[in-house]
Design a binder for this molecule. Structure first.
Ligand SMILES: *Cc1c(COP(=O)(O)O)cnc(C)c1O
Length: 364
């Protein structure tokens, strides 16, 4: 059976990307790689909407979050960690692991941060030097209104670190316009390539912070990565096959056009939410801020979520994400980012309808 991989990452690969990865290894210190790295970096900057630096490291998204922390702060620094879900909690925990004075501002799952709430939290924690926040919370399917939140942080001249792992490349993130200092994204989400690369932008203020930051770091050191980048290299052996993939995927994305990609995701998000409503399935998220890359659906009462997911996979080839942490068994997560069409989602919704019917019959 053909697989319809509807996880919120890893996401399906275009055939062109799969073929690109079949290429043999090249000299990673030679001119061919210089060209690949330059092309990838230039297009990433375009998608990041930044004139600043974008560094690429081998690693998963979480590695990028750690990189953001260790390059920005010193032991004992106070930071405000705004969390609306599992990934916000993870960002906060990384900061705690490195000995920062973390003020957690935690909001109910399925909600976003309202600007006045953030303003209040900043008033109450006026000694923080930075704010860490998730843009698109993949565990609950909501997108924080960064355009309204970022100005509150920047008017205080605080450092703003953003986890945009499941939004960058699919939902607008205007890095320079909003003054975002460090923005992390991951290869296996909207970039249409396998897991294994993490991309991190650094603003001018981000570089000033990195200069002063005393947290220990070696592999994730931004300065070292930038020095290498200036020579068209990476500090350590690059994940070459993933660069072949990225080079191809970014070219495809550039051909589609950034505005068109944003619009496609907006339509796919709406299509999925409307489809779910028509099935009588409730959305987990606050509709106003529902994500256009992942939709979280409440598992109807009396339906066993694990059995439902198994049936979707075995009978329809549709693979959806489970709920994480306190959402386990309560929600399903349907990914719609990257290499995905309306047909893929229509098929997933049809399969969901049939599987719900079958599971309800079992439950009776
Ligand atoms: C996927 C994801 C991550 C990173 O996860 P990894 O498994 O480390 O790649 C971080 N934040 C968000 C919002 C994500 O969706």
């Amino acid at each position: 059976m053909k697989q319809n991989l509807r996880l919120p990452g890893p996401t399906p690969l275009p055939e062109e990307v799969q073929r690109a990865m079949a290429r043999d290894m090249i000299d990673h210190r030679g001119p061919e790689f210089v060209d690949i790295l330059k092309r990838c970096t230039a297009l990433l900057r375009k998608f990041y909407q930044t004139e600043g630096d974008v560094l690429i490291f081998p690693g998963s998204g979480t590695g990028g979050l750690e990189a953001a922390i260790v390059n920005s702060f010193s032991p004992g620094d106070a930071v405000l960690a705004v969390t609306i879900g599992v990934f916000g909690d993870r960002f906060a925990r990384i900061a705690e692991a490195f000995g920062l004075d973390v003020r957690r501002f935690s909001l109910p799952r399925g909600r976003t941060v309202e600007p006045d709430q953030l303003w209040q939290a900043l008033e109450e924690n006026s000694d923080v030097v930075g704010v860490i926040i998730t843009h698109n919370e993949t565990s609950t399917g909501v997108t924080n209104p960064l355009e309204q939140l970022a100005p509150l942080v920047k008017e205080r001249n605080l450092l703003l670190l953003v986890d945009a792992v499941s939004s960058m490349g699919a939902i607008p993130v205007r890095t320079d316009e909003l003054g975002l200092d460090v923005v992390v994204s991951g290869s296996q989400k909207a970039w249409m390539i396998p897991p294994g690369l993490v991309m991190v932008s650094v603003s001018r203020q981000g570089w000033e912070a990195a200069q002063k930051a005393r947290l220990p770091r070696y592999y994730w050191d931004f300065k070292g990565a930038r020095n290498s980048l200036e020579k068209g290299q990476t500090p350590y052996t690059p994940a070459l096959s993933l660069f072949y993939a990225l080079d191809t995927a970014l070219r495809m994305m550039d051909t589609e056009g950034i505005e068109n990609i944003w619009e496609r995701h907006r339509e796919l998000g709406e299509f999925t939410r409307r489809g779910a409503r028509e099935l009588g399935v409730e959305l987990f998220a606050d509709e106003r801020y529902a994500s256009n890359t992942i939709t979280a659906l409440r598992i109807p009462d009396g339906v066993d979520g694990k059995a439902l997911r198994a049936r979707l996979k075995e009978e329809h080839g549709v693979v959806v994400g489970a709920g994480q942490a306190e959402m386990a068994g309560r929600i399903l997560r349907v990914g719609h980012m990257g290499n995905v069409s309306r047909d893929d989602l229509a098929e997933a919704l049809t399969a969901l309808e049939a599987s719900l019917q079958a599971e309800r019959a079992v439950a009776v």
